[in-house]
Write a protein that binds this ligand. Sequence first.
Ligand SMILES: Nc1ncnc2[nH]cnc12
Ligand SMILES: [Zn+2]
Length: 335
Amino acid sequence: MPLPKAELHLHIEGTLEPELAFALAARNGVTLPFKDTEELRRAYDFRDLQSFLDLYYGLMAVLRTEDDFAELADAYLTRAAAQGVRHAEIFFDPQAHTARGVPIGTVIEGLATALDAAERRHGVSTRLIMCFLRDQSADSALETLESAKPHLHRITAVGLDSAEAGNPPSKFREVYEAAAALGLRKVAHAGEEGPAAYVREALDVLGVERIDHGLRCMEDPELVERLARERVPLTLCPLSNLRLRVIDLLEEHPLARMMDAGLFCTVNSDDPAYFGGYVGDTFHAVREALGLSEDRLRELARNSFEASFLEDDEERRARLIAEVDAYDFGVELQE
Ligand SMILES: Nc1ncnc2[nH]cnc12
Ligand SMILES: [Zn+2]
């Protein structure tokens, strides 16, 4: 039995495996610029965040119907559950779909079908986080929030993703204020490729409760001290950092140093179909590369539930944390 954990940084569009992409392309009459799944996989050799995003947005052309989004989310939840995920807070990028003529309702209701079934099918609880694309305008983000209003009961929080450099959090102050007024929680990607100053802005200007990535806070000792003192959760994605060349080697990932500095770290997969592993694979990889102790792994799993938006189900959170505390690593090692 794998270590129980929550996944808090996962783009559902980033779980689109090549096989499903080709199946959906055939079903929807979409022609992909790749001969087969092997040729597509060979394209997963990224130089940086933008080179990944270009492929990621392009491949979304195959997602058209509610059923497509339901199938995508069900495939993720099945894989995640097998790797010990008991709770998942899932990002989606509505603007990447509405720009192609797919209504936001198709995206949300399709995902919701799979999420509603997840508890029964996989024993996984879920939340949805609607992300704004930071390389689009602030007005486009406001229009997206407006168009999501009929579906707000499905959405727990807003997030901010896509190309970070040159698109500071402050650009989205107004839409974050509007989202908070609607009762939505707030997170944002910051400090992935962008500077530590963007992490400060996300906290001070947008008022986010968690920072997605936040890796580059390590360049600012005062910020590290503040993040530790305020117990701001960081949703780190080590395999993503490796594949997008934020770091050169997994052995150089600052996760262990960040935990030593008292930061509230979690480990996540980001876009697992593209970055070579789901969250259980990521735990294994960092354990190997950084020599993390069982106590450290337990801390990461406990943190994932503590940092989650399970406030409306404290009983579940307490039960999951108790499972982490009682987890026997010997069982896993014998698998
Ligand atoms: N790692 C990442 N950073 C920013 N935006 C993203 N969208 C999907 N994955 C992302
Ligand atoms: Zn991300």
